[in-house]
Design a protein around this ligand. Structure first.
Ligand code: PLP
Length: 397
């Protein structure tokens, strides 16, 4: 149904995303309401962003208190929330020789990391097929999808793509000209693709053997999403040189972080990079509230438990042939190309979810989602998938 807001959208907002499916007006916890007052369980969380759900009191209070005290000062000045957040992130990584650069998004976090790799004196980057690192020109250069890249070529840099989860292919591509190997520990936009045990540690070894930096893009996987603070902490023996974060970090307030350690931490020198907004006290206070609440409400354990519940209810569905992922980041592979129809049927039934491809659904709910909400999903899914399957068959030529 077209609402007045959606009509105004079409006449005022650039059409980069296609027509929005809904106009949303309000949220609470893992629930959102549209302009007609219809309620939905939000299994997308603003694309793996709203870790604490919607309108979480701790986030509202932190942002309100900081904004009423000191909202923005630029990076000519230090603020306590920014420094505290940097310290907290370094301690969560266990890095005592690390440094953080704050920005406003995942793409920006990756742009900063890409510039940092240039200061090694090397220019080649090895990235993975299926990767997604953002839409700005540098981040796009690291992103493999042809449909995203081709309209904007030439893209900066010398990037070699290798198949994901193929250590031999990676080893063959990395030599002494490579500045960094960049990987997602679980590929998000590709549909929640989990590499084999040992792949990340092996990739790290390949990078180190050739003096290249090992850079993990944890923009989607970081900050509790997989049930660990960082997805790479789920794997044995993985400790990257560079980590990029955004999405869940601010719980919905835009913030990105580029974190490097050891020699990589000092590659960017005064004048090499900058940002007006990055790490402003409001965004930093929001991120601190997210981190505090994950600890105080034991959300890592909750993410593991709810994640197991969600994975098993997905695996029980007729038509779901594979469930991937960890914690509350899960992909469901369908037995046919009806994922887009499933998203529409789910919306009708009061569930917001997302398809990463014609046969693949992605589930990335808030970390505060309840067992009741997941039970409701389990009850509704059979009819959603049935309807989607028959709609897809009817519309086939
Ligand atoms: C979403 C995402 C990005 C881009 O983040 P933006 O905030 O949209 O710029 C980069 N890397 C990964 C792994 C992502 O999932």
């Amino acid at each position: 149904m077209t609402t007045p807001i959606q009509e105004r959208y079409a006449d005022a907002v650039m059409n980069t995303f296609g027509p929005p499916a809904l106009a949303l007006v309000r949220g609470k916890g893992a629930h959102v309401w549209d302009a007609d007052g219809k309620e939905y369980v939000d299994l997308l969380a603003g694309i793996a962003v709203n870790a604490l759900g919607h309108a979480h009191p701790a986030l509202v209070e932190a942002v309100t208190a900081q904004l009423s005290t000191l909202g923005h000062v630029s990076n000519f000045f230090a603020t306590e929330p920014q420094v505290s957040l940097a310290e907290r992130l370094l301690s969560l990584l266990g890095w005592n020789d690390g440094r953080v650069f704050f920005s406003n998004s995942g793409a920006e976090a990756n742009e900063a990391a890409l510039k940092l790799t240039r200061r090694t004196g090397r220019t080649r980057i090895v990235a993975a097929e299926g990767s997604f690192h953002g839409r700005t020109m540098g981040a796009l250069a690291l992103t493999s999808k042809a449909a995203y890249r081709e309209p904007f070529e030439p893209l900066p840099g010398d990037v070699t793509f290798v198949p994901y989860d193929d250590l031999a292919a990676l080893a063959a591509a990395v030599d002494e000209t490579v500045a960094a190997v960049v990987l997602e520990p679980i590929q998000g936009e590709a549909g929640v693709v989990v590499p084999s045990a040992g792949y990340l540690a092996g990739a790290q070894q390949v990078a180190r053997d050739h003096g290249a930096l090992f850079w993990l893009d944890e923009v989607q996987t970081g900050i509790g999403r997989t049930g660990a603070w960082f997805a790479h902490q789920l794997a044995e023996g993985v400790d990257p040189d560079v980590v990029t974060l955004a999405k869940g970090l601010g719980g919905g307030i835009p913030i990105g972080a580029t974190i490097a350690r050891g020699a990589a931490a000092t590659l960017l020198q005064p004048g090499n990079h900058g940002t007006t907004f990055g790490g402003n006290p409001v965004a930093a206070a929001a991120a601190l509230a997210v981190l505090d609440t994950i600890v105080s409400d034991d959300l890592l354990a909750a993410t593991v438990e709810r994640g197991d519940q969600m994975a098993s209810l997905l695996a029980q569905q007729a038509g779901v042939v594979e469930v991937t992922g960890a914690g509350l980041m899960r992909g469901a592979e369908l037995d046919g190309p009806y994922a887009v129809q499933a998203v529409a049927a789910a919306r009708e039934a009061g569930f917001i979810l997302n398809a990463t491809g014609p046969t693949r659904l992605r589930f990335v709910p808030p970390l505060v989602i309840t067992t009741d909400d997941l039970d409701a999903l389990g009850v509704a899914l059979p009819a959603i998938l049935d309807l989607a399957r028959s709609t897809a068959q009817e519309t086939q030529p």
